[in-house]
Each structure stands twice: as C-alpha cells, then as structure tokens.
Design a protein around this ligand. Structure first.
Ligand code: AMP
Length: 130
C-alpha cells in the first residue's frame, strides 16, 4: 500500500483539506509555498495518465475546486499545477500558490511552518470550499 493510501486511511497523519467519493487533498509535508497541496485519487494508481478518463476528469474537477479555494485563501495570482511522481508511486497533482514565475517551481527551497501553522493553513483553504 502506498504512503498516500495510508494517509487516506488515517494510518499516517496529514493536514487534510478535503475529500469526496474518489479524491483526497492534503498539504504537502515539504511545502514549496504556503498552502502547497497534493490532490490524489483514492484509487491507488502510480501514473496519473493510467487513470481511466472518468477518474482523471473527476480528479481534475476536484483539483479545480481546491485551487479556487487556495486562490481565495492566499489572495495569490495563480495556482500552478505540476505532476512529477518520482518520489511517491501514487498519482498526485501538486497545487502550488504563486505570485511569480520564481514561485512556480518544485525545486525551490522548502518552506518551514510549525504544526500549528500547517493546521491553520489547511483551515484557511477549507474556509473557502463550498
Ligand atoms: P513527487 O512524487 O516527486 O511528485 O513528490 C512527492 C511529494 O509528496 C513531495 O512533494 C513530498 O514532500 C510529498 N510527501 C511525501 N510524503 C508525504 C507525507 N507523508 N505527507 C505529505 N506530503 C508528503
């Protein structure tokens, strides 16, 4: 079972943002930006483009909702997305709040937030989820 499946099952803690019947969102533990979020399908598939079309569309629709909430929560210019997947073999979309090209990277410095700040960041996003 992937580490992300364990997170979804509550076996490993996370800063959860939201879930629906097929998708789950939580804060990246090594955030490259305040509010850096991962959106994953509940189905354990390594490679994003191996999802069935309907599963892929459901994931992107879910990501859009989270991105809209992030943008309001942090009043940033855009939410950038990235799909890498070399570290964790469970498909995930990175949602990265950004204000400039320099922010829009996963190879930048990891930001440090306390546990309390991470919990507060998750709450800030949740506030804007309809
Ligand atoms: P990649 O597979 O290269 O797209 O990167 C996987 C991402 O998952 C990285 O940004 C990690 O910081 C993140 N990550 C790994 N373990 C956890 C975890 N337990 N909770 C939250 N994020 C994680």
């Amino acid at each position: 079972m992937s580490i992300f499946s364990k997170i979804m099952r509550g076996e490993i803690p996370c800063y959860k943002i939201a879930e629906n019947e097929s998708c789950f969102a939580f804060l990246d533990i090594n955030p490259k930006a305040k509010g850096h979020t991962l959106v994953i399908p509940k189905k354990e598939v390594d490679y994003l483009f191996d999802l069935e079309d309907d599963e892929y569309i459901a994931l992107q629709k879910f990501a859009k909702k989270i991105a809209e909430a992030q943008k309001k929560a942090f009043n940033c210019k855009r939410i950038c997305t990235a799909v890498i997947g070399y570290e964790v073999p469970h498909a995930h979309i990175h949602l990265l709040p950004s204000n400039s090209m320099a922010d829009a990277t996963l190879s930048g410095k990891t930001k440090t937030f306390s546990k309390e700040e991470m919990a507060e960041i998750a709450e800030q996003i949740q506030k804007y989820l309809g």
